[in-house]
Design a protein around this ligand. Structure first.
Ligand code: SF4
Length: 322
């Protein structure tokens, strides 16, 4: 694995809200001090239930929303407070692929124009001919045909539209791609085709991915390391092998217990968590997971667990391991 490409330190995304009869200001803590690193050439999977903050994390890293606090360091450069103008060259280095490929593609633009647009913004071609050649090359790389360039988004299936979204992201030759639930809107059979394409492109172009999903089996397929998020922060981060073989955090154990095992001989005991993920406006005191935790202790209700390292690439936030 290469050197650190992205370092995120104590990243916060707080939204003020009025609470109660007297209109006291409270905060929705969508991200509450998230820290992690992603190495060059790595796939870092981020998984969690909806509302855990994983999509907000993708938007904050790419500065599509302004972080409330913390630091984002890309390639050794602190970009946390970069304005739109200073972010422009940075956007060449990191691109996003979104969940809904239809909503993220302009229906009035041809595929050629959609893929050309980022090249124009970043002045990446000296002539129309060069740009058109690049469009065809990118379409081929994502498994589409040359003639698709003249068509419009509505003429494609969901899987093909996601391929167009990936081609558009690749148009600026980025180092890092942040893919936010890129296959969740697709049929299961199409999901694996798009995942395999992403794996092939990563190898061919030495890409680094942050791959966000709610489905642990999708993340397992593609990731080198996985971070499990709960209510604005990681609960556990480990290498894929370690996390799936030896989940330590009760939340990870519960999520993994729900993943079907392909071997019918292996029986896994399902852990059913009570209730839903609480609102981040009224996040529980102490460990935010404590109202749903089947191993909750008294200390968990009062004190937030610190980060605990349990292996070279394995850390978690839980009093059980303090
Ligand atoms: Fe459960 Fe306590 Fe660990 Fe939180 S700190 S996950 S409540 S055991």
């Amino acid at each position: 694995m290469g050197k650190t490409l992205l370092k995120v330190e104590s990243l916060k995304e707080y939204y003020p809200v009025r609470k109660g009869f007297f209109g006291k200001t409270g905060y929705v803590k969508a991200l509450d001090g998230v820290s992690f690193e992603v190495n060059d050439g790595e796939v870092f999977g981020i998984v969690g239930e909806s509302g855990c903050g994983k999509s907000t994390l993708g938007l904050a890293i790419t500065k599509l929303i302004e972080p409330t606090g913390g630091q984002i360091i890309l390639n050794g450069e602190d970009i946390t407070h970069f304005n739109a103008q200073r972010m422009r060259p940075i956007r060449r280095q990191m691109q996003m692929v979104f969940q809904d490929p239809y909503a993220s593609l302009n229906p009035r633009m041809s595929v050629r124009d959609i893929i050309k647009e980022p090249m124009i913004i970043h002045h990446l071609a000296s002539s129309q001919k060069e740009m058109n050649e690049r469009v065809v090359e990118l379409l081929r790389q994502v498994g589409l045909d040359d003639y698709h360039a003249n068509r419009y988004p509505h003429q494609f299936s969901g899987g093909q539209r996601q391929r167009i979204g990936i081609a558009r992201a690749l148009a600026v030759d980025p180092k890092l791609i942040i893919a936010d639930e890129p296959v969740s809107a697709l049929d299961v059979s199409i999901q694996s085709q798009v995942l395999n394409l992403m794996v092939e492109l990563k190898r061919a172009r030495n890409l680094t991915y942050i791959f966000i999903a709610h489905d642990l089996s999708v993340v397992e397929h593609i990731s080198d390391r996985v971070g499990v998020m709960y209510l604005g922060n990681f609960a556990e981060v480990a290498s894929k092998e370690e996390l799936y073989a030896n989940p330590l955090h009760p939340y990870t154990q519960a999520l993994l217990s729900a993943v079907p095992v392909p071997d019918p001989e292996v029986k896994r005991q399902r852990i059913i968590l009570p209730g839903n993920i609480p609102s981040p406006i009224n996040a529980p005191k102490g460990c935010k997971f404590h109202p749903r935790c089947f191993k909750c202790m008294d200390i968990c209700k009062e004190v937030a667990p610190p980060r605990i390292q349990v292996g070279e690439n394995h850390y978690l936030y839980c009093h059980l391991y303090a």
